[in-house]
Ligand binder design. Structure first.
Ligand code: SF4
Length: 447
């Protein structure tokens, strides 16, 4: 069977299943699973099917999360299932794997890009502040990146910045130009308004993730007075319109107790968030504060909290640093994602500001074959211990070597930082973290 016929058949089957569930999810989800069991070979997707069956039978937190998705506006839910689950994950992964084998390089599941370096706020420790405040990717640049990406099998595009919603008109235009892709934006939330909600409802394929650093005092001390209230107003507006959204949270030595607490999870679920992404603080930039790095005990606290709440709360939570075991280690360098800054420099990761190429001069595929990307491709995983995935944070001897060998240059134009300077900050952290990481990893493997 040709790939296009197989894809069309899968697409048809997924659509039929979604139509079936749509009318009455509580009643039809169990029936759908019974149909899947009856008509698909017993040895297909055994563990996934068991997980879904358990969720339905036990009506556990995953089942509750699915039901919460049926509170979303139908058009948005449809786009999410089609673009995120089918195009980006099922169909896209197959194309990414084929392309990766053929081209001999990594092909990403997602492309992160900064539409602009402009921001209406100035938060402590934000990597975006390091790039300067007047750079933009044009509408044509973004369109070209996505057009090239979909040819490689990439249907997921994530905006960072700067504040991406400074460019909200262009971002909606891009949603219209690429209705088969899913778009997510990390945003401070202060530019969400009624008109923009209507636009998100119209296009269906744009999901914001609001930055929150904990409860009101911790959040506003980093992001500015009154910002916490504004984010909660934006979330209430989104929820009232049946629009999906998530939260992104950077954990530091100062806020880890708040953001790992049950009260924080309950608060964001009550506000309507469907997912939360946690980011470990990274001391990137010449002036970065090393005292914000979590201690080993604090990192373990985060590790345990997310595992507890992921199996008990109706929200999808992920920790960019502690969950590497689920994706085989470091995902940068195009292995699952890459980052293009507002100047067009193609970087392996949002935290790794070293690059050989600019997207204005090379194709996306050529960028994936550039020296530092191939160093990632050839070096991954950087450590067998999945609690030590990073060539900068937990294996600080690796990044300076990769940068020297590939001739990649720093892309922080305000205050260029050498990899040696960056990794001198993380080497103390890595030394302290290693024994704990070894112990926790060994325990997790023994379970
Ligand atoms: S380079 Fe480090 S921070 Fe970036 S994806 Fe890899 S492990 Fe994570």
């Amino acid at each position: 069977m040709s790939n296009s016929i197989k894809t069309a058949m899968q697409n048809f089957a997924v659509n039929q299943a979604l139509n079936y569930v749509e009318g009455n999810p509580e009643e039809n989800l169990p029936k759908l699973m019974a149909l899947v069991d009856r008509f698909t070979p017993k040895d297909w997707y055994v563990s996934q099917r068991n997980a879904v069956r358990t969720a339905i039978e036990e009506k556990n937190n995953w089942y509750q999360l699915v039901l919460r998705m049926y509170e979303m506006a139908p058009r948005v839910r449809r786009a999410f299932f089609q673009n995120f689950l089918f195009n980006a994950s099922l169909k896209g992964s197959a194309i990414q794997n084929e392309t990766s084998e053929r081209e001999g390089c990594n092909i990403p599941w997602a492309v992160l890009l900064d539409p602009t370096s402009a921001c209406n706020m100035h938060c402590t420790g934000c990597w975006a502040a390091e790039y300067g405040h007047q750079l933009n990717l044009t509408l044509e640049d973004i369109d070209s990146i996505i057009t090239q990406g979909t040819e490689l099998g990439t249907y997921m595009y994530i905006y960072t910045g700067g504040e991406p919603l400074v460019r909200k008109k262009d971002l909606i235009r891009i949603c219209e130009m690429h209705p088969d892709c899913e778009f997510l934006a990390f945003t401070n939330g202060t530019l969400i308004d009624e008109d923009f909600c209507q636009e998100m409802l119209r296009v269906g394929n744009f999901i914001p993730a609001f930055s929150l650093e904990g409860f009101e005092a911790a959040n506003d001390s980093r992001r500015g007075q009154g910002v916490y209230k504004k984010v909660h107003e934006a979330m209430a507006m989104m929820k009232a319109h049946g629009l999906p959204f998530g939260i992104s949270t950077c954990y530091t030595s100062k806020n880890v107790d708040d953001v790992s607490s049950e009260a924080f999870f309950d608060e964001i679920i009550a506000a309507g968030a469907l997912f939360v992404w946690f980011f470990h603080y990274m001391p990137v930039g010449n002036d970065a504060a090393t005292e914000l790095l979590p201690t080993p005990e604090q990192r373990v606290k985060m590790y345990n909290a997310i595992r507890t709440f992921r199996s008990s709360k109706p929200i999808f939570s992920m920790d960019f640093q502690n969950d590497a075991e689920y994706v085989g280690g470091c995902i940068a360098g195009g292995r699952r994602y890459l980052h293009i800054n507002a100047k067009g420099d193609v970087e392996p990761c949002v935290f790794i500001h070293y690059s050989n190429v600019n997207i204005h001069n090379v194709s996306l595929l050529d960028a994936l074959k550039s020296p530092i990307f191939m160093a990632y491709h050839n070096g991954q995983p950087f450590n067998d211990n999945m609690l030590r995935p990073c060539p900068m944070l937990e294996n600080p001897e690796i990044l300076p070597k990769m940068v020297a060998e590939t001739g990649a240059v720093n892309t922080d134009y305000q205050s260029p930082e050498t990899p040696e300077h960056l990794c001198a900050k993380t080497s103390v952290y890595a030394e302290h973290w290693t024994p704990t990481a070894e112990e926790v990893w060994a325990q997790s493997q023994a379970r």
